[in-house]
Design a protein around this ligand. Sequence first.
Ligand SMILES: Cc1cc2nc3c(=O)[nH]c(=O)nc-3n(C[C@H](O)[C@H](O)[C@H](O)COP(=O)(O)OP(=O)(O)OC[C@H]3O[C@@H](n4cnc5c(N)ncnc54)[C@H](O)[C@@H]3O)c2cc1C
Length: 399
Amino acid sequence: MQFEIDGEDELFRSEVRAFLQKHLSQELAIRNSRGYHFIRDDMRCWTKLLNQHGYSGANWPASWGGTGWSPLRQFIFDEECFLAGAPPVDTGGFKMIGPVIMTFGSEAMKAKYGPLILNGDIFWGQGFSEPNAGSDLASLTTRAVRDGDEYVINGQKIWTSFVESAEMIFLLAKTDPEARQRGISMILVERDTPGVTIRPIHDIGESYSLNEVFFDNVRVPVENLVGEEGKGWSYAKFLLENERAFSAEWPRNNANLIRLKSILNASQHDGSRLIDLPGFASRVASLETDLIALRWLSLRALHEKAGGRSNLPIGSLLKIRGSELLQKIGDMQVEALGSYANYVYLDPQGSPEIESAWVSGPDYAPGIMADYLYRRATTVYGGANEVQRTIIARSFLEM
Ligand SMILES: Cc1cc2nc3c(=O)[nH]c(=O)nc-3n(C[C@H](O)[C@H](O)[C@H](O)COP(=O)(O)OP(=O)(O)OC[C@H]3O[C@@H](n4cnc5c(N)ncnc54)[C@H](O)[C@@H]3O)c2cc1C
């Protein structure tokens, strides 16, 4: 396991920095450094630009059309992009369904979707959870019935993030309602297929990223079945482990801690600094220690994944540590902001009318409360932390 960053990796870091300096506009960087949801058009343009320069698919091997970078280089790339304020690429495509398609999909499916994902031409919604199937996902009831060369899908999904601006949905449906896990298949659906209805759920942060999705006699070609019928559960486990491996969100945690430290170091109206108060100083030191530990854990996960050696549910470990740290840093950011924490609902697109409706405050304030409110959900989405703890316990007890 190589964790140390050597001279060549440092050179790589300099190349990434130079690339970001040249291609990332100031406007994009400011907008994406705040805590609001990323804007899809920014993500699309940025992914296309990455693709033009051979930087798309940081986590994909070269045989899939990706960069083929080592785990350490993927880590450096993500770290630098986040710190610079670059928009992210679509997690659904690059980190969730993309690897499933490229591992288990037919050759035709790989050839069709691989290039579209790499070029930011399609974005994906994840249709797993249902009103009565979240932690207990295997009890999902959405049905896919084979009818000639098509599947006919009926059912409902919920909490489907960002599907309102996606082109595709990957979903789990029962092709055999009698069987539990072995009756589940994974199917790709074009979002605009007749019979798909999307209804928004507005969240506490006043933003909109969550949805209910209804499937009413939705017909999709059988070619949209991923891999084999009845194997959807094992593909979903592969996907969820990938999702959790990235849910440590080290780059975001790192950037948020840097932002917290700049708030603590800023002069208050009386010239004092919060960092000089022992209560704040000791807590930020403790968060920094947690962040360093998370960095090593993330690097270890990337290495073990690359080598295929881990028996540990490392994705679950990362999910717990990363999500809890995001919340702890957010708590302290809001506390440190004081009354500026109310400086919250600035339009992320920076509309001048809305900006002028707010009293002026420090540059670092906008977006922090929005991010804080959204991150209440980090310990739930991607699989509740209580459930992750059971997965970890079981893996040790069954060793
Ligand atoms: C912001 C957000 C975005 C999301 N995005 C998506 C998405 O894009 N696609 C998608 O498919 N889903 C998405 N989800 C859904 C998410 O995966 C589920 O919320 C999660 O799996 C928990 O399921 P549930 O909400 O049905 O809660 P439940 O399963 O009802 O659980 C509620 C709580 O009960 C406890 N609990 C439940 N079971 C156990 C157990 N076995 N052991 C111990 N404690 C337990 C846990 O504390 C849990 O938090 C999203 C959720 C949120 C909040």
